[in-house]
Design a protein around this ligand. Structure first.
Ligand code: MTE
Ligand code: HPA
Ligand code: MOS
Length: 787
């Protein structure tokens, strides 16, 4: 924590380690989440009736028992939707209510509004639905075999991968299964719809994308966007799970509110939330790689099969991002990446921190580890041999030139500060004399592209008011999900106007203040909303300067903003006095700001261009220990060095690095999603789905931000996005586990290990490597082969 600078009232506000603006409210339970909003009189509570089949034709729906159940006020299904029966974010394949056919276990079919939550939930179980079962595809490989895709297959290529692989001195082929992950935000999906006069509607939605919820609710109600307002003060976590999928719940609440004329709240319990909503895409990745004796990759092909579930949702961009990150930090001269967007009869998978990037990165990191074990080299040496260069070998497979590559410096610094080489040798020595417990270590790097790959989303708006007393109200299109966006943007505005942070009132996201805002996602929240707010503040500042110059008869160059004061010629005035004078002189004290990310362009047909404004880099060294009798494991020590450019708020950024890393570790170790043969999710509560908790934090956890860093691009105060990139530092833990497993056979064969590396999988992998080594050392005849 040494890199954090303490808050100092004299110091700049931008760059100060200020606490999260709601920290005091979070810790004493006074932060208002949607379920805490004081309820309107007559509020009704909703529940959704869902499919109990993975894939079936609906023969009949009888809702009479639900309608007559105690407390029930209204029951609606598809035929009751005045507008469009769809809430798909990109293409219209997400019905609000299924009609003639259900496509996953948990799909919404109808909804109930009742006088209590309990009555609504009981009634939602009373439908009599007759199904005619259809064959269900549950996994990505099944979908590939059946040619079942939500979107067309895509391919990114450079050079001649097949020829390079065939001509390489060494070759490896294999398959890696990478599990999905539930977002497990602490606040589940919730929407509270309030009908207002003249057919208008206010919806409080826990959403990363209020503008999209507004549009979807308007479509469902058959009204215009101007007639719907969506607000979100904060989410209790989103993690991508609230980028597109809040729309369903907002639409259902609004439809019931319209039907009853009452306010309607729909809050999912955890089981329903996990069953109904999408998760990180699980992938099955096939690789074929040719390399030389130093482990340098000469040619590589990947086939990525991402399980999208029953509809497209955001799967196009997510699978694109997996392809964009299949290089991670490595120059792949001859590369061929095929991406299948598998349509299955499971929940529609969606955004999750990293947005496909982690899955793409896992593929190449696994391959590098395999190459190193094949050659008996330190995996770190193979990583370094394949790093992108700075002036050559510096163009990605999608033709973007790296202009900010600092991965070699980060890894070199971390290697020293973590004492990697010495510890690796010591671990190998320790393993020799430890028969049951085995240790492993791995260093993995991260390079993550910053910008929405859908270029048009890289825009933001802000609205800033200055009141007569010199205080400021700040609003922008971003949403707060705990990541600290609001405090960072407030710091930018405070810095611009040279005010104390306490002079700024942060307000919730509201579609009536900033229209058509992009989702808060792709880690770009601060980059784009911070710039928009800075521009709005700058406009106000320029107006005040022009006014002061005229009013006091000085040159504009003689007006300067000091902390809470303004210097005008040789006098200084409190900020609020100048504001008051400006008000009396009828100067507008409200301004908008608009920003669009420059330089980016990209042709989705050829997958070439500059999809990313810049890259965020980091690296982690993880040391683990496994119990070879049970597969149980834990982290012993983790060292992280991560680049946040010039941090806008080191306290917030540190939290993002630590939290992101731990969430990545959860993805690759304990968080396992299981579906039964009927396609029903069986891990739908914390009793069966294990996210990391405080006691899982490694006892030695050394997290540092790269010092004296900046951003080569003109981002807000030269900071770098930090929300998603650290998640992928968790990949080091997976590879440390693989290293520990390899030690059980003295590193002579490479373990096969799928993700998540649960204790069961670790144990299985240990048994497997031992069997393989035993088979190698036994004469073929003894193995039962024909003599
Ligand atoms: N941090 C917290 N505490 N809660 C969250 O839901 N979401 C992550 C990341 N960090 C999340 C979080 C995801 S998926 C993204 S894209 C970014 O925050 C979004 O916010 P930003 O763009 O402001 O970084
Ligand atoms: N990241 C996150 N969300 C998105 C993206 C992206 O690249 N593109 C569209 N939505
Ligand atoms: Mo984050 S997955 O881009 O919401």
């Amino acid at each position: 924590m040494n890199a954090i600078r303490e808050g100092d009232p004299q110091a700049a506000v931008a760059g100060a380690a200020l606490p999260h603006d709601s920290a005091h409210l979070h810790v004493c339970g006074a932060a208002t989440y949607i379920d805490d909003i004081a309820e309107l009189r007559g509020t009704l509570y909703a529940a959704i009736g869902t499919s109990e089949r993975a894939h079936a034709r609906i023969v009949s729906i009888d809702l009479s028992a639900a309608r007559s159940a105690p407390g029930v006020v209204c029951v609606i299904a598809a035929a009751d939707i005045p507008g469009k029966n769809d809430c798909g974010p990109v293409i219209a394949d997400d019905p609000i209510f299924a009609t003639d056919h259900v496509q996953y276990f948990g799909q919404s079919i109808f909804a109930v509004a009742a006088r209590s939550v309990d009555e609504a939930r009981r009634a939602a179980k009373l439908a009599r639905i007759e199904y005619d079962d259809l064959p269900a595809l549950l996994t990505a490989p099944e979908a590939v075999a059946a040619n079942s895709f939500v979107l067309p297959t895509e391919r990114m290529r450079r050079g001649d991968a097949a020829a390079a692989i065939a001509g390489a001195p060494r070759r490896l082929r294999g398959r890696l299964a990478i599990g999905g992950q539930d977002q497990f935000y602490l606040e589940g999906h919730i929407a509270y719809a309030m009908p207002r006069e003249d057919n208008t509607m206010l919806v409080h939605s826990s959403t990363q994308h209020p503008g999209e919820v507004q549009h979807q609710v308007a479509h469902a109600l058959g009204v215009a966007s101007k007639d719907v307002v969506v607000e979100c003060r904060r989410m209790g976590g989103g993690f991508g799970g609230k980028e597109s999928q809040p729309a369903l719940f907002a639409c259902v609440a609004a439809l019931l509110a319209r039907a009853t004329g009452k306010a309607v709240k729909l809050r999912l319990d955890r089981d329903d939330d996990m069953t109904i909503t999408g998760k990180r895409h699980d992938f099955v990745t096939d690789y074929d790689v040719g390399f030389d004796a130093q482990g340098r990759i000469l040619g590589i092909s990947f086939v990525l099969a991402g399980r999208c579930g029953y509809s497209a949702d955001l799967s196009g961009s997510i699978n694109d991002r997996a392809m964009f990150h299949s290089d991670n930090c490595y120059y792949l001269e001859n590369v061929d990446i095929v991406s299948y967007r598998c349509k299955t009869n499971t929940v529609s998978n969606t955004a999750f921190r990293g947005f496909g990037g982690p899955q793409g990165m896992m593929g190449i990191e696994y391959v590098i580890d395999e190459i190193a074990r094949q050659l008996d080299l330190d995996p770190l040496a193979v990583r370094k041999a394949n790093f992108y260069g700075k002036t050559e070998r510096n163009v990605t497979h999608y033709q973007q030139t790296l202009e900010d590559n600092c991965i070699e410096e980060i890894v070199a610094e971390l290697e020293v500060s973590s004492d990697y080489a010495k510890r690796r040798a010591a671990i190998r020595e320790w393993n020799r004399t430890s028969p049951i417990l085995k240790r492993g270590i791995a260093l993995t790097p991260v390079k993550f592209g910053i910008s929405f790959t859908a270029t048009h989303l890289n825009q933001a708006g802000a609205l800033v008011h200055i009141y007569k007393d010199g205080t400021v109200l700040l609003n922008h299109g971003g949403t707060e999900m705990g990541q600290g966006l609001f405090i960072k943007v407030a710091q930018v505005v405070a810095e611009e106007l040279q005010l104390d942070i306490g002079a700024i009132r942060i307000t919730g996201s509201d579609t009536s203040k900033v229209p058509n805002a992009s989702p808060t996602a792709a880690s770009a929240g601060t980059d784009i909303n911070g710039k928009a707010a800075q521009l709005a503040a700058r406009t106000l500042k320029e107006r005040l300067i022009a006014f002061a110059a005229e009013h006091f008869g000085v040159d504009a160059a003689q007006v300067g903003f000091l902390r809470n004061r303004v210097r005008i010629g040789d006098r200084t005035l409190p900020f609020k006095e100048l504001v008051n004078l400006a008000f009396v002189a009828r100067v507008s004290l409200s301004a908008t700001g608009f920003y669009k990310t420059p330089k980016i362009h990209y042709d989705r047909k050829t997958f070439t261009g500059r999809p990313f404004f810049y890259f965020a880099y980091g690296a982690a060294v993880s040391e683990v220990v496994i119990d070879t009798l049970t597969g149980e494991n834990r982290m012993l020590r983790v060292d992280i060095l991560h680049d946040v450019g010039k941090s806008l708020n080191p306290a917030v950024d540190m939290g993002q690095i630590e939290g992101g890393f731990i969430q990545g570790v959860g993805w690759l170790t304990t968080e396992e999603l299981c579906w039964n043969a009927q396609g029903r999710l069986t891990t739908h509560a914390p009793s069966t789905y294990k996210i990391p908790v405080a006691s899982d934090v490694p006892p030695r956890f050394h997290v540092r931000m790269l010092e004296r860093s900046s951003n080569v691009e003109d981002t807000v105060h030269r900071s770098k996005a930090v929300g998603e990139p650290p998640l992928m530092l968790g990949i080091s833990v997976f590879h440390a586990l693989k290293d520990a497993i390899a030690s059980t056979v003295d590193y002579v064969v490479s373990p096969q290990l799928d993700a998540p590396a649960t204790p069961e999988r670790v144990l299985h992998s240990v048994v497997q490597v031992r069997q393989r080594v035993a088979a190698q050392s036994t004469p073929a005849t003894a193995m039962g082969a024909p003599a």
